[in-house]
Design a protein around this ligand. Structure first.
Ligand code: ZN
Length: 258
């Protein structure tokens, strides 16, 4: 292996470990933000028996495997969500570093992708997108773009207005099909991605939501009246648009001008 390859492999490993630790923190966010409790205090404990977790029961992935998915004290089954969130957070950050290197894009990825992972888990579990993530996300996305000169502030502000505005129209037209959480998430994605990649994110979310919604209806796993949260589709669309949004937008424009 060449020295440069070994260096890159080491960096990717470092980013992966950072992602695992961050994912472990996101699990705390996912459990506590919907309940409105502090994410710092008290320390982690088993939700079944309240036994506090010792440090070696709190190591990302490894502890879940070592404990075979059960609490050491009471034997209660630990949710698959914990190792899954850790693994996904590590994987998306490694992918982002491999794609972007040390850059403004990677900085955006380090903030946006973990936020989307947490929001997806919370929306799937509670059918709500927490303001505690989306509202600060809007100015943070704008600030990172301005501070790193990744895109002009105008792109980002138009993104906020398009993302929020579109959902406002949908909410007013559908009377309850979408919630205010989707509106704020749309605005947050616009702030981070800029309006061009935002349009790609919305397109992916709508296609994905339509296909998966149809499959859930057809297989009877969801009835016509059951709400299907849209947040996870927006999160996947937003993540994909961070990687390929500008490129896809370029294809659209190229196609229109031929
Ligand atoms: Zn327990």
């Amino acid at each position: 292996m060449a020295v440069a390859d070994a260096g890159l492999a080491g960096l990717l490993l470092g980013v992966g470990l950072f992602g695992l630790v961050l994912g472990s923190f996101l699990n705390v966010v996912i459990a506590r933000v919907p309940a409105g409790t502090s994410i710092v205090h008290p320390g982690s404990a088993c939700p079944g028996c309240s036994a506090p977790l010792v440090w070696y029961d709190n190591i990302p992935l490894l502890s879940f495997v070592a404990l075979r998915g059960r609490c050491r004290a009471c034997g209660m089954r630990i949710s698959w969500r914990y190792p899954l969130v850790e693994a996904i957070t590590a994987a998306v950050l490694v992918a982002a570093y491999a794609a972007f290197g040390l850059s403004a894009e990677f900085l955006i990825a380090c903030v946006l992708l973990p936020a989307l992972v947490a929001m997806t888990a919370i929306d799937l579990q509670h059918q709500m997108i927490p303001d505690a993530i989306t509202l600060p996300g809007i100015p943070v996305g704008l600030l990172i773009n301005v501070a790193t000169a990744r895109t002009s502030w105008v792109d980002s502000v138009i993104g906020i207005l398009v993302g929020g505005g579109l959902f406002l129209v949908i909410i007013l037209a559908s009377r309850g099909g979408m919630g205010g959480g989707d509106l704020k998430l749309g605005a947050m994605l616009g702030a981070f991605l800029g309006w061009r990649a935002l349009l790609v994110a919305l397109f992916i979310a709508i296609v994905l939501g339509g296909v998966i919604g149809a499959v859930l209806l057809a297989t009877g796993r969801r009835g016509r009246k059951d709400p299907i949260p849209f947040g996870p589709f927006l999160a996947v669309g937003g993540a994909m648009a961070l990687f390929w949004g500008e490129q896809v937008f370029g294809w659209w424009m190229g196609g229109f001008s031929v």
